[in-house]
Design a binder for this molecule. Structure first.
Ligand SMILES: O=P(O)(O)OC[C@H]1O[C@](O)(CO)[C@@H](O)[C@@H]1O
Length: 538
């Protein structure tokens, strides 16, 4: 039945009609060098009008949020990331002054670093090691990659996990330059374990290289947090403020993103300006004239307001490959909620994945074209190919023409097989357009959350995982105590019994992990099944 409807649709959508739909429906802003095309989303005018009717309340909620309402009611917080690029809109003169002061301080600090007025143990800084996770790393990583160039003033590296091997990989690449590496530790809460571990690992590396850590360490955190206290008590080089009214996943235009970007030598004014310009366009309270509203409308339509279709991001530009990862957090941490604002169980969300075109064409695009129709694609097209002229790889054809051809071909092929797609086009990737893209999605997420009536600004689900991890670590010390205080080796069941714990499987996992790392002093004698494995002192 669905197939019949589809072929009817295909047969009545000739090229000329698609062209007319594209040309009349395209949202574009020449000044910003941006356009949004929904012509390949099968959404009838009546379906559009039905969704558009829900928008007035979404626009008004966003206006209240920008005016300083307690938009994140569960946490009793304002949601102010829009003020970061328009400080004059902040609800109080104090907040406006704080934002302006922070931007001023970021620039002054980074200039002093670049000018060699602030030196590392080994002289002028060459590198930045940013330590953070989630919103405290993804934005800086995305911006660093999207805007990197051979003119970068400092080379960027990241610890964005508590994986010891990943940490070692980064440390080994920095080994010869540790004495000229500025370490920027970013944590809004100041108590995130992965980030704390990264900081301790960096401190240990500095210590074993005989380099004082504090004079090369910078903290970005809320006043009074554990990280703030550490930075103060150890006399770190500098601390930048982070405010409770900026959420982690929307913090890239705060000190969280501005400090690393400015250290790298990127144009932070342009980043903020691009975001600010997009904010002005996405404040317009008419759906058809507001690109974020159009985007949210398409999401709502494609997933029937229940997130029933995944969002596949296909930026045709290597620089934007991390945008998919960045948006994964922005969209999924914001929209993935069990309860709506009335407390009803809704299990909302939109799954986001993607990497880049045309690379993905040789990976999962096969399934997109022919397999499960459980997604809508978002293509990101960049008109400018590169900074210099291109060679011809065929007569009259460049590599960039191929990239365009693969994008246009995939968009067409998907549509012809009944798959919807959105296309965002920007003139080029620069600080301005990156700022605008981020702001576009921030607002689209905010509007969509209003349409489905959820709080986009908290993340209660993440807390459950954090608590469970803390319990596992507590169980580890109990299990180790039992094993090392027993002469005979023990099964996981026996350890659990002696430790007075009921979660045998967790005890088994903990001990097997420890036994795989010889310095931890535990040995495993394999049995026929995990229940028969025995653990003892090494
Ligand atoms: O900046 P923090 O407080 O270290 O938090 C890091 C990340 O952890 C979360 O709180 C939960 O994963 C994210 O929202 C946040 O971006």
């Amino acid at each position: 039945m669905q197939g019949q409807a589809m072929s009817a649709e295909l047969s009545i959508t000739p090229q000329a009609e698609l062209w007319a739909r594209y040309s009349t429906g395209l949202y574009r802003n020449e000044e910003l060098g941006f356009s949004l095309d929904l012509s390949r989303v099968r959404m009838s005018p009546s379906e559009q009008s039905a969704i558009a009717e829900m928008f007035p309340m979404a626009f008004s909620a966003m206006a209240q949020l920008e005016a300083g309402s307690i938009a994140n009611k569960d946490e009793g917080r304002m949601v102010g990331h829009y003020w970061l690029r328009a400080p004059q809109l902040a609800p109080t003169p104090e907040l406006e002054a704080d934002i302006l002061q922070a931007i001023f301080d970021v620039k002054a600090f980074c200039q002093a670093v670049h000018a060699g007025e602030i030196l590392g143990h080994g002289g002028k800084f060459t590198d930045v090691l940013l330590i953070g996770i989630g919103g405290s790393a993804l934005g800086p990583q995305f911006i660093a990659t999207a805007l990197a160039s051979s003119h970068d003033k400092l080379h960027m590296s990241f610890f964005d996990n508590t994986d010891p091997d990943g940490i070692d990989l980064v440390l080994s690449s920095l080994a010869s330059r540790l004495s000229t590496t500025l370490v920027v530790v970013v944590s809004k809460s100041g108590g995130t374990p992965e980030t704390r571990n990264g900081m301790l690992e960096a401190q240990a590396a500095f210590q074993s290289a005989g380099i004082p850590f504090a004079p090369q360490a910078v903290a970005i955190t809320q006043a009074g947090s554990k990280l703030d206290q550490t930075a103060q008590s150890e006399g770190w080089l500098k601390t930048f403020p982070m405010w409770d009214w900026v959420g982690g996943r929307t913090s890239v235009m705060s000190t969280v993103g501005l400090v690393p970007a400015a250290l790298q030598g990127l144009d932070i004014d342009s980043l903020l300006e691009g975001a600010g310009q997009m904010d002005s366009l996405t404040r317009v309270p008419q759906v058809k004239e507001n690109p974020a509203a159009l985007l949210a409308m398409a999401w709502y339509h494609c997933g029937q307001g229940r997130g029933s279709k995944d969002m596949v991001l296909l930026p045709y530009k290597d620089r934007l490959a991390l945008f998919s990862k960045y948006l994964q957090q922005l969209v999924m941490e914001s929209l993935g909620k069990e309860l709506d604002r009335k407390g009803q169980k809704v299990n909302q969300g939109i799954a986001v994945y993607g990497n880049k075109g045309s690379t993905d064409q040789h990976a999962y695009v096969q399934q997109l074209r022919d397999g499960l129709n459980n997604f809508f694609a978002t293509f990101i097209e960049v008109l400018k190919d590169r900074q210099r002229d291109s060679i011809e790889v065929d007569a009259g054809v460049t590599s960039g023409d191929y990239l365009y051809g693969f994008y246009a071909g995939t968009r067409k092929a998907l549509y012809e097989s009944g798959r919807d797609s959105i296309t965002i086009t920007v003139n080029e990737v620069n600080a301005h357009s990156v700022g605008a893209l981020i702001a576009l999605y921030e607002r689209a997420v905010g509007l969509y959350a209003e349409l489905v009536n959820i709080n986009a600004y908290h993340q209660p689900g993440v807390e459950a995982g954090k608590k469970a991890a803390a319990q596992i670590l507590a169980l580890q010390s109990q299990a180790v105590e039992v094993v090392v205080s027993n002469k005979a080796s023990l099964t996981a069941d026996e350890v659990a019994k002696l430790a007075n714990a009921s979660d045998v499987e967790s005890i088994y996992g903990i001990l097997r992990h420890l036994a795989a790392n010889p310095s931890r002093g535990i040995v495993r004698q394999p049995g026929k099944t995990p229940a028969e494995d025995r653990f003892g002192k090494l």
